[in-house]
Design a binder for this molecule. Structure first.
Ligand SMILES: Cc1ncc(COP(=O)(O)O)c(C=O)c1O
Length: 428
């Protein structure tokens, strides 16, 4: 933290641009932490917020409900095949804590004995203790290792880092074989938790075709609840509204967040199928209900802006637009991969990870003394772009409705930034 002795103050957002107190403009390549959909200061979303704030700002969901949250729950169930009910919270980590608690309590409610969670190495589900336990990224969480609950972790097929002696297909089959072996022998596994479509914070690892579908099938075969995290990858980020649909997989529980409100207010949702929901029904003294609630659960202003956001997806045919705009990334593959410190490019929809290495052949990650994130942030700023890295990976996660012209500009600025940062991240 010593490196960050001062911060720019953002005072305004306009479209895809952030403007600081000195009037400098930066193109938002981070979608303000992967959640912005329509750009900043969108009049329709601002109106939804102001209209609702004149009627009801907050009312608890303990014993009561409110109209915008009811409407949002209906819409979420409608767009989520197989899902039946919604539990609202106010951030993605909480939505995953809720998913984990529901999955574990499900087995208690039906008189079962399963207590373990299975996950995929390198997954990320948030920064709270349950979320850290199931989404263990060593660089982030090693300081808390002793306090985290143990999970069963399986390897993830990463095309760029296939172990010696395997082809990519062989390695994927091998990963699935180990999963099946474990699920078939260990009848204590309550749930299998994974990100849907790709691991994002763990390094933009895009699952090979069929990987998620096969895990979904294994979960059904061995009676394990399948829990998907679509917080970063759903709602169009990977090019489809509901990523598990594209993956032809069927979760028992799924979590949404980030883009749910277009990136304007804080809200997340955990959805379950009927089987899971019904297990929580009983007489009061059966104690089958879920003891979980947050002050701002189902906040009406957040729900109102989420409702408007969902309508805008439809009105503007956003998913189709993303599928078209995201082709712009492909135009730049060659130019980016020719840069000598670029080892790999991974891209799907509106997500790109550019892995930086000191040797293309050995795939050695760059490791300067100063944080790579700080170097890229400062270089990006010089080129008028807000850029973040995770480890040695430059993340491009723009607002979903970015225009083709602005995405072209963003990619050009990214290339300039990588080239100008080169001397600062190699040999120092
Ligand atoms: C896949 C995934 N799950 C959960 C979270 C946690 O969400 P939040 O930061 O809103 O707590 C994130 C955040 O980046 C995420 O990428």
């Amino acid at each position: 933290m010593k490196e960050w002795n001062s911060f720019d103050t953002i005072t305004k957002g306009k479209g895809m641009w952030l403007i600081d107190s000195k009037g400098n403009k930066m193109l938002d390549a981070v979608a303000s932490m992967w959640c912005n959909v329509w750009g900043h200061s969108n009049p329709e979303l601002v109106k939804a917020i102001t209209d609702q704030s004149k009627k009801l700002q907050h009312s608890s969901m303990f014993n009561l409900t409110n109209e915008p949250a009811e409407r949002l729950a209906d819409s979420l169930v409608k767009i989520s095949p197989g899902m039946y009910k919604v539990f609202f919270s106010d951030n993605g980590s909480s939505a995953m804590e809720i998913a984990i608690k529901i999955a574990l309590q499900y087995w208690k409610n039906i008189g079962g004995k399963k207590t373990k969670i299975a996950t995929i190495e390198n997954g990320y589900h948030g920064d709270t203790f349950g979320a850290m336990s199931v989404g263990y990224v060593p660089e982030f969480f090693s300081k808390f290792k002793e306090q985290l609950f143990s999970t069963i972790q399986f390897p993830v097929p990463n095309k760029y880092k296939i172990p010696k002696g395997f082809t990519f297909i062989d390695y994927q089959d091998y990963c699935l074989e180990i999963i099946e072996k474990k699920l078939s022998k260990n009848n204590n596994i309550a749930a299998f938790v994974m990100e849907s479509g790709a691991q994002v914070a763990g390094g933009v690892i895009i699952y090979p075709k069929g990987f998620q579908r096969k895990i979904s099938k294994l979960c059904k075969k061995y009676n394990v609840l399948f829990v998907l995290d679509e917080i970063a990858t759903g709602f169009g980020r990977l090019g489809s509204m509901i990523q598990y649909n594209e993956q032809k997989s069927i979760p028992d529980i799924v979590a949404y967040g980030k883009m749910l409100t277009g990136g304007y207010l804080t809200m997340a949702a955990t959805l379950t199928n009927k089987k899971v929901y019904d297990s929580f029904l009983g007489e009061f003294n059966d104690w089958k209900h879920l003891f979980h609630g947050h002050t701002y659960t189902g906040n009406p202003i957040a729900a109102a802006v989420a409702n408007e956001n969902l309508k805008m997806y439809q009105r503007n045919h956003l998913i189709k637009k993303i599928q078209k705009t995201s082709k712009i990334f492909e135009k730049f593959y060659q130019e980016i991969s020719e840069i000598d410190i670029v080892g790999d490019i991974r891209h799907k929809g509106m997500l790109m990870g550019i892995e930086l290495v000191t040797s293309k052949k050995k795939k050695t990650p760059i490791h300067p003394k100063k944080s790579i994130n700080k170097i890229f942030f400062e270089e990006g700023k010089k080129h008028g772009i807000y850029l973040r890295t995770l480890g040695n990976i430059v993340m491009l996660v723009p607002p979903l409705a970015i225009s083709e012209k602005e995405l072209n500009l963003l990619l050009k600025k990214t290339i300039m930034t990588i080239k100008s940062a080169r001397s600062k991240v190699v040999n120092c």
